[in-house]
Design a protein around this ligand. Structure first.
Ligand code: ADP
Ligand code: MG
Length: 341
């Protein structure tokens, strides 16, 4: 959903091809570009599926997805909705709206897909042009609020036609879920789907889940996997990471990151550098990771403690500017930190 230039992977996949034939399992890999980023899929290919044919199918799904939900495509349904054209929503759109609405309600609006006008004003939208003007803040804030949109007879009804929907905070996670369903429908049982750093896995690579790297949240650590802060073992779950260290700009010494607080209208400003959420579905993990970046460390810890179905790994800076980390107890046995530098 983001431009290729902006593309960044927040986590990298530690693909351990030590032996692809352990336990007679044979794995294939397909990779490509989607949603302004890259994707990697590794799957156990006992059924002799042609990876090239499968890649065509996957690319077609991404194409259909963009035609529905890409704000970078003027002809997509979401662009038409944002221009108030009279269109019927498709399944992708309806599902992502439903999931988004649930996450907004759970996070008291820290996650909100009506942030579009703010995202654009702060220069993180499709035209990447900052035109934030504090004198216009009240009028923009009148356009924000997930409770101001609803679906009726397959149409999205906005309370104010100037409202603008942006699903970028959940799109990669949701499309990982879509592909997960597709791969499962092919009878595949062991696979990893990674889109722009958001991951959903099924089964195992070598009998013991999949190993996922969490990048060190250093500004401009732009090469996924180059500097890892931790590795996490993942089995039959999804993991998504949001951070303030790749998509940001600095103006007059102030850092503006691309997670916007829908309550204040300003980019989230707290000491949280990176949030990784593990959930059953990747859309949930992705949306919540963004919400946590907005909520900050303390609110996130409280939120996660109240949601025992989730696991989380936080990296934040303390007063001295050093890294501190926090993980749910359940995660500790599957987490290995790198504290070497
Ligand atoms: P990444 O995984 O690349 O760090 P996120 O998943 O956190 O990105 O999504 C950030 C994007 O989501 C922003 O570029 C913007 O388009 C949109 N966004 C920003 N703030 C919010 C918010 N509070 N709720 C929902 N979407 C948001
Ligand atoms: Mg997200």
């Amino acid at each position: 959903m983001k431009t290729i230039k902006q593309a960044s992977l927040l986590v990298c996949i530690c693909i351990v091809f030590i032996s692809c034939r352990q336990k007679q399992l044979t794995f294939d890999r397909i990779s490509g570009y989607a949603q302004g980023s890259t994707y990697n899929i590794i799957f156990e290919n006992g059924k002799k599926i042609d990876p090239a044919e499968l890649k065509n199918k996957v690319d077609k799904i991404f194409h259909d997805f963009d035609k529905s939900l890409s704000v970078y495509d003027d002809s997509s349904l979401i662009s038409k909705v944002n221009r108030n054209e009279d269109i019927v929503l498709d399944t992708f759109f309806l599902e992502i709206l439903k999931r988004s609405n649930g996450i907004s309600a759970e996070t008291s609006g820290a996650f909100d897909i009506t942030v579009g006008p703010l995202v654009r004003a702060w220069g993180f939208g499709p035209d990447a042009h900052k035109n934030f003007d504090v004198s216009r803040l009240d009028s923009i804030m009148a356009l924000i609020g997930y409770e101001k949109i609803l679906v009726k007879d397959g149409h999205l009804i906005k309370k104010n036609p100037a409202m603008n929907i942006d699903v970028n905070a959940i799109a990669q996670g949701y499309s990982a879920d879509v592909l997960y369903r597709y791969f499962s429908s092919l009878g595949l049982r062991n696979f990893l789907i990674e889109i722009g750093g958001e991951v959903r896995v099924r089964g195992a690579k070598n009998g013991d889940g999949w190993t996922i790297g969490i990048d060190k949240p250093e500004d401009n650590n732009d090469t996924p996997g180059a500097k890892l802060k931790a590795v996490i073992k993942l089995k039959d779950k999804a993991l998504a990471t949001s951070g303030s260290y790749r998509k940001f700009y600095i103006e007059n010494g102030v850092k503006y990151s691309h997670e916007i607080d829908p309550k204040t209208g300003y980019p989230a400003k707290n000491n949280l550098l990176s949030v990784s959420i593990i959930a059953d579905e990747c859309s949930t993990a992705d949306g919540l990771a963004t919400a946590c970046m907005v909520m900050g460390v303390e609110k996130t810890k409280k939120f996660i403690k109240n949601h025992t179905e989730l696991e989380a790994y936080l990296i934040y800076s303390n007063e001295k500017g050093d890294y501190e980390t926090w993980a749910t107890k359940r995660l500790s046995k599957n987490l290995k930190e790198n504290n070497s530098d």
